[in-house]
Design a protein around this ligand. Structure first.
Ligand code: HEM
Length: 491
């Protein structure tokens, strides 16, 4: 027995020594005179993952970054979730990573997410194909025709949802999804309320459970069930895409005029005559590729916007002065629009300066996407820091948004600060929607939906919210889903 313990201890000592030597070597690694940023790789296998997760669960998720930033500087190395990662809290370094002008970085997602995404997914694609796909969606979502059509749909959905809120406790986090999910599906493939929408909702809820789970795939596991839900969604979306493809081909033969009308993202992708269609050697492949992407567009669109709406309401509850100014501005618009036969246009909603400032401040403080992950495909030098080939790099958006060097009193919800900064979709210190080739194509739609929601909410109701806390891990949420009770305002 003693010899066994002796051998066992020797092996452990040997492994620890090898790990320590490797760690020290890593610390001083130099390539062409440039150093890997300082930092700590933590424990063998675990790295600093536990500390990273613990700070995510706390009320101040930037603690992990702040602690290391104060020891090692704005850019440091760590090992989390099984990978060596350089974390940047520096707006200029983040800018270079996100702009990715030299194509040095590719997206990096955990294994379970990669399993769930198809090979044609916009979230995984790179280079020309990614650019093409991104621009087809972005151009469609930005077009004034689309915005004026979707404004009516959002208004209808918001009013219908708000009308059901009186005389009971509402859980805002769930309620706002009744607005955003149908709109998202309408934008993507023009499916209205009914059986198909309900089925899509159920399957999608099952599908996204697999995005954050153990990467183990056999019957009964979350990942397995999630993949099965995706298969069922693929069939359903595939049927819609096929029908639409046939319609376009028939119209094409009959009437060239009709071909120009783009109603949703399916149309925008099907009508492309460029690389996208040429890259799909058959119509089956085209249907598969479009269906896969339609499902994957739902991932960044589904959770983010309802969270922004929920947190806007939370911040406004906590800062009554901001709420009262928001109400004043929106009541004024409501007055102007009473007896106006044309109703509201999307520019009416977007032209309210204080409302836009409330939205910017919400996005800054909510940090719905806390950081953007990439992987270096070669050794990259930024501002004197070396990011070695195959290492991960995380551009921390939260650290920049909550840094007192960038925002005075960063933990205060202060929409007035944007009067000085101005309404900017993004600058180095404000990147809630990312930046560069992957800048969120849903940016303007999100701002429009938020504006319409806030307008009808504050001009229809006053509310009282129960005490609730924001949790930041694995995604940003309200602990109790933000329960409120509303009372109609007599105008
Ligand atoms: C407040 C709401 C939202 C926030 C904060 C947000 C944030 C982001 C961020 C930070 C990225 C960049 C990810 C990266 O660089 O890897 C992104 C990408 C993306 N977002 Fe959003 N998003 C929001 C709403 C939406 C909506 C409503 C849609 C759908 C209509 C959408 C669709 C997408 C897509 C398709 C991408 C991938 C773009 C690409 O990789 O080329 N997002 N979003």
């Amino acid at each position: 027995m003693e010899w066994f313990i002796g051998v066992y201890v020797s092996i452990i000592v040997l492994l620890m020594s090898l790990w320590f030597v490797k760690k020290e070597k890593n610390n001083i690694k130099l390539r062409n005179g440039i150093k890997i940023p300082k930092g700590n790789s933590g424990w063998p296998l675990l790295g600093e993952t536990l500390d990273f997760i613990a700070s995510g669960y706390s009320s101040c998720p930037v603690t992990f970054m702040e602690k290391r930033k104060s020891i090692y500087g704005n850019v440091f190395k760590t090992n989390i979730l099984g990978s060596n990662v350089i974390i940047s809290t520096d707006p200029e370094v983040n800018k270079v990573v996100l702009l990715n002008q030299k194509n040095n970085f590719i997206p990096a997602y955990p294994k379970s997410i990669r399993e769930l995404m198809g090979k044609h997914s916009i979230l995984q694609l790179n280079g020309t194909m990614h650019k093409k796909l991104h621009s087809l969606i972005a151009v469609f979502l930005k077009s004034p025709q689309f915005k004026s059509q979707i404004t009516r749909d959002i208004q209808h959905s918001v009013k219908q949802c708000l009308a059901s809120w009186t005389n009971k406790t509402i859980y805002i986090q769930d309620e706002v999804k009744k607005i955003t999910f149908p709109i998202l599906i309408k934008v993507l493939m023009s499916v209205g309320p009914g059986e198909d929408l309900d089925l899509l909702k159920r399957e999608f809820e099952e599908f996204i459970k697999g995005l954050i789970c153990l990467p183990i795939k056999f019957p009964g596991t979350t990942l397995y069930k999630s993949l099965k839900a995706k298969e069922r969604m693929m069939k359903m979306v595939g049927r819609i895409v096929e029908e639409r493809m046939k319609l376009i081909m028939d119209n094409n033969a009959e009437d060239d005029e009709k071909v120009g009308v783009v109603n949703d993202v399916v149309d925008a992708l099907l009508r492309d005559k460029g690389e996208l269609s040429q890259s799909s050697s058959s119509s089956n492949l085209m249907v598969e590729m479009i269906s896969q992407n339609i499902i994957e567009f739902m991932i960044p669109g589904e959770e983010t916007l309802p969270t922004a709406m929920t947190l806007a309401l939370k911040f406004l509850t906590d800062y009554p002065l901001a709420l009262s100014k928001l109400m004043e501005e929106n009541m004024e618009l409501k007055k102007q629009k009473t007896n106006c036969p044309d109703g509201y246009t999307w520019t009416d909603y977007m032209s309210l300066p204080f409302t836009q400032n409330v939205i910017s401040e919400t996005l800054r403080m909510a940090n719905i996407v806390n950081g953007i992950w990439r992987k270096a495909v070669k050794d990259v030098e930024i501002k004197g820091y070396l990011i070695p080939k195959d290492w991960g790099v995380m551009a921390s958006l939260t650290s920049v948004h909550m840094d007192s060097k960038n925002y005075e009193n960063p933990y205060k919800f202060d929409p007035w600060r944007w009067e000085k900064i101005g309404v900017v979709p993004s600058n180095n210190c404000f990147t809630p929607f990312g930046s560069g080739h992957r800048l969120c194509p849903g940016l303007e739609l999100s701002r429009l939906e938020l504006s319409i929601f806030l307008h009808h909410l504050v001009t229809t109701y006053r509310w009282e919210a129960e005490r609730d806390e924001i949790v930041y891990f694995p995604t940003v949420k309200m602990k109790k889903k933000l329960p409120i009770r509303v009372q109609p305002i007599s105008t």
